[in-house]
Write a protein that binds this ligand. Structure first.
Ligand SMILES: O=C[C@H](O)COP(=O)(O)O
Length: 226
């Protein structure tokens, strides 16, 4: 179960298998050391083994399909992910969008299966619509900022946090895109967000463990000072 504050390490397909397992082992060690919620996303092919090789982090699928029982050649259902022990399902990322009708079906199925969901959104209007579905987390991530090293304005962060909570106070709000260091994580959590995460920063880091430590410490400091 996702507890706030949380940090998502989202390597997409940038890591090879060796790098992914090295990252998993670093995250597993630091989650225990700092007693924080770390979520590592992985491609479908690695999720089973990531679950087997870690014990202190949450393992998330980077996508899921809406699959009517039994059909759906080549697709991957929430039920299949639940069966292999996946903790969290991320969906509707800017690089792998779902139809809104599929998001409705999948979030409901995940809620019934008791599996956490992170649903990505690109706009204030989309955040509003998604909040009605009661996912575990809404990830506010303006598409044009992904991979730029530039984060959302704090006004956008605060507005989306407030809007989502006004519709459903139990939804956790993650803010990401362009997050790269201590300062970015600190200001996002300090602005009242429940979590954040990054891709490019981890892909490009010379020392991934040092970067993860820095981000965890920022998250802890931001919460501590509240
Ligand atoms: O969810 C992760 C993102 O798409 C963020 O990407 P980025 O950290 O490279 O901007």
């Amino acid at each position: 179960m996702i507890k706030k504050p949380f940090l998502v390490i989202n390597p997409k397909n940038y890591f090879n298998q060796k790098e992914l397992y090295e990252m998993a082992s670093i995250a597993d060690k630091l989650a225990e050391e700092y007693n924080v919620t770390l979520i590592l996303t992985g491609p479908f092919t690695e999720l089973y083994n990531l679950k087997k090789k870690t014990k202190n982090i949450l393992i998330a699928s980077q996508h899921v399909d809406s699959v009517p029982e039994g059909t759906g050649m080549g697709k991957v259902s929430p039920k299949a992910l639940k069966e292999i022990g996946v903790d969290v399902i991320v969906m509707n990322h800017a690089e792998n969008r779902l139809y809104f009708s599929d998001i409705i079906a999948v979030v409901k199925e995940c809620n019934d299966l008791n599996i956490d969901t992170v649903v990505c959104c690109d706009s204030i209007l989309e955040a509003k619509a998604l909040a009605l579905l009661d996912p575990t987390v809404i990830l506010c991530e303006p598409t044009e900022l992904i991979g730029t090293g530039q984060t959302s304005d704090l006004s956008y962060v605060k507005e989306t946090n407030k809007l989502i909570r006004s519709i459903s106070p139990n939804i956790l709000v993650e803010q990401a895109a362009g997050v790269k260091n201590y300062e970015d994580v600190y200001k996002i959590i300090k602005a009242g967000s429940d979590g954040t995460g990054a891709t490019s920063a981890f892909v490009n880091a010379e020392d991934r463990e040092a970067l993860l430590r820095e981000m965890i410490e920022a998250m802890i400091d931001a919460v501590k000072e509240d």
